[in-house]
Design a protein around this ligand. Structure first.
Ligand code: ADP
Length: 323
């Protein structure tokens, strides 16, 4: 039985049993013809592993018929035994495939075989902002403004399309060859059908999670688009400081710091008043007090400070000298 009704395709991978990621293997997609019962075979060469997620492995992948390169997200069906896990993947695909934007990692195609589900994605050559920050320790303000600009563009587009991402963090902000930011991983995203509907499930990653999500079930307040705005504040802080604002020794302590909204700017860094003002303005405990995306876009940090139009990829390793 097909996992997704949307893609009535089956395929078989030649070396499914030796799928340890250490060798190049050929993946075969058996694509059913739209009319009649014939099918065509499409081959993909799976190359090196690009990264690992909670339940997926992501590899470099080349379509043999076109020579085009992609990232392929491979989820073993053995990880989808529970209905909840299947539901999660289905939701991810259902939402991701509808979103097409310059700053969203483009969903390309879905297929499955006996052992795995495959999601073909736009290839992002330069990993994620997480790796960049680890190498660089922290970014300069013009760089942070550049990435924030891309991120806001992308989240504005999602929200305009009733999608809340709910897991915005450095590790889900990928960089392509031209250092364009691409938001990925829609595994926790949700589409708000009714404008007033509030989501009540716990989701997100501890360091970036908004206070109303932690309180969630207790207060029955639910949460909405403002959770993404909160994460944007955490991301901006983390790009500039090098570690998340509410980081603590364990998840419980992090939650406590978030609930108390306890963070500070390291004095030694000499951050501009402009950017500190923007971060303070975003990281407000009450979601109603947080600015709209438009208000953030209009903030002096993005309008009265230098904003690079593009970044060279040597900045992945080297601190820029702004002239
Ligand atoms: P999960 O949903 O299981 O957390 P992710 O979507 O976060 O999986 O992907 C896991 C890792 O794979 C990422 O952290 C990243 O390193 C890599 N990755 C994911 N998508 C791409 C892509 N489009 N291009 C390049 N690398 C990617």
């Amino acid at each position: 039985s097909s996992l997704l009704r949307a893609s009535e395709k089956t395929a078989s991978s030649r070396t499914a049993s030796s799928d340890d990621g250490s060798q190049d293997i050929m993946i075969e997609e058996k694509r059913r013809c739209p009319d009649g019962d014939g099918h065509t075979i499409h081959q993909y060469l799976r190359g090196r592993m690009l990264g690992k997620g909670g339940f997926a492995k992501v590899y470099l992948c080349t379509a043999m018929d076109t020579g085009k390169q992609y990232a392929v997200k491979v989820v073993a069906k053995s990880n989808l035994v529970k209905a909840r896990a299947r539901q999660k993947l289905q939701t991810e695909i259902k939402i991701h495939r509808t979103l097409k934007h310059r700053h969203i990692c483009q969903y390309k195609h879905y297929f499955e075989d006996r052992s795995n589900c495959y999601i073909l994605l736009e290839l992002c050559h330069n990993q994620s902002l997480n790796e960049m920050i680890k190498r660089r320790k922290r970014l300069t303000e013009p760089e942070a403004a550049y990435f924030l600009n891309h991120l806001l563009d992308s989240v504005k587009f999602m929200h305009d399309n009733s999608v809340i991402h709910r897991d915005l963090k450095l590790g889900n902000l990928f960089l392509d060859r031209d250092m364009e930011l691409k938001v990925g991983d829609f595994g926790l995203a949700t589409r708000v059908e009714d404008g007033d509907e509030k989501r009540k499930t716990i989701c997100g990653t501890p360091n970036y999670i908004a206070p109303e999500i932690i309180q969630g079930d207790k207060s029955k307040r639910g949460h909405s688009f403002e959770v993404d705005v909160w994460s944007i504040g955490v991301i901006l802080y983390t790009m500039l400081v090098g570690k998340p604002p509410y980081e603590a020794k364990d998840v419980k302590a992090t939650y406590q710091r978030i609930l108390a909204n306890e963070y500070s700017f390291p004095g030694a860094l000499e951050l501009s008043e402009r950017v500190k003002d923007l971060i303070r303005c975003i990281l407000q405990s009450d979601p109603k007090d947080r600015p709209s995306l438009e208000t953030i876009m209009a903030h002096p940090f993005l309008n009265d400070s230098p904003l690079p139009q593009y970044l060279p990829s040597n900045l992945l390793h080297r601190v820029p000298v702004w002239q």
